[in-house]
Ligand binder design. Structure first.
Ligand code: FES
Length: 255
């Protein structure tokens, strides 16, 4: 875990959200897809100024966070911070996604804002020459990851709810993709993981450990295991998500 000062070097508005590029090479090089960074969103000494972000892009010197729309004042501070602002950051937090050796076909499954945190693992798998499919659900087309953000070879399936249920669309889509995949990574609200687990059982008869990794969508205060604020029922007991996760085997987040 590093505590470092990052420089805000660029910002862009993308649909309803804003993306902010932070420069701190030491931390960028330590980050893996699925790990969190705690970003101090304010000038004061208040210990609750940090906000949890799962970067949507990582390279050798920078990482990018997506600031969602909403009324959170920490996010509002970050949206207004000018280019050049020095920002205190802590990370990487926890355990990220692994792309196991021997895997050829990687299925990425995301829902809503959480889906954006899959982008670094999509890039990693594609850079290793693996076949990658991404299936994403958003409420509206405006909230989907634009195809231009994905490597050209990625097979992209988008689902929009538009006020209705998406269960049928997911069932049809996953029935095909889960038979193709050697490994799956997912980032979604917790409620979706039961639906995904049922689809995995339907195609593969069981949720075999090691097949699917799921991001537990937690926010962190300390990120070091000290404050207990992230304790959740996961992996067979009460666990600190910042230490054992935030990426778990899917079998550990569904009952
Ligand atoms: S965030 Fe403090 S124990 Fe996990």
């Amino acid at each position: 875990m590093l505590q470092t000062t990052a420089t805000l070097i660029a910002r862009a508005t993308l649909g309803p959200a804003q993306e902010i590029v932070l420069h701190a090479p030491e931390l960028a090089r330590a980050l893996a897809p699925g790990q969190a960074v705690l970003v101090k969103c304010g000038w004061g000494l208040d210990p609750y100024l940090r906000r949890t972000f799962y970067p949507v892009a990582i390279d050798d010197e920078t990482w990018t966070v997506r600031v969602p729309p909403g009324g959170d004042w920490g996010h509002a501070w970050l949206r207004a911070a000018p280019v050049g602002t020095q920002i205190d950051c802590l990370g990487p937090v926890g355990v990220g996604y692994l792309v196991p050796p021997g895997v050829r076909n990687v299925l990425c499954v995301g829902v809503g804002e959480e889906a954006w945190s899959l982008l670094p693992v999509v890039a990693l798998a594609e850079a290793r020459g693996l076949s990658v499919a991404l299936a994403m659900e958003a409420r509206t087309a405006r909230e989907l990851i634009p195809p231009a953000r994905l490597p050209a070879a990625v097979e992209y399936h988008a689902i929009t709810a538009d006020g209705g249920s998406t269960a049928g669309q997911w069932a049809d889509l996953l029935a095909g993709l889960l038979g193709w995949a050697d490994a799956a990574v997912t980032a979604a609200p917790l409620a979706f993981y039961s639906q995904l687990a049922a689809a995995v059982r339907g195609v593969r008869y069981d949720i075999s450990r090691g097949f699917a990794q799921a991001l537990y969508p937690a926010t962190f205060l300390c990120g070091t295991g000290a404050c207990q604020s992230c304790v959740a029922d996961v992996a067979g007991g009460r666990r600190r998500v910042c230490l054992r996760g935030p990426v778990f085997d899917l079998a550990d987040v569904v009952t």
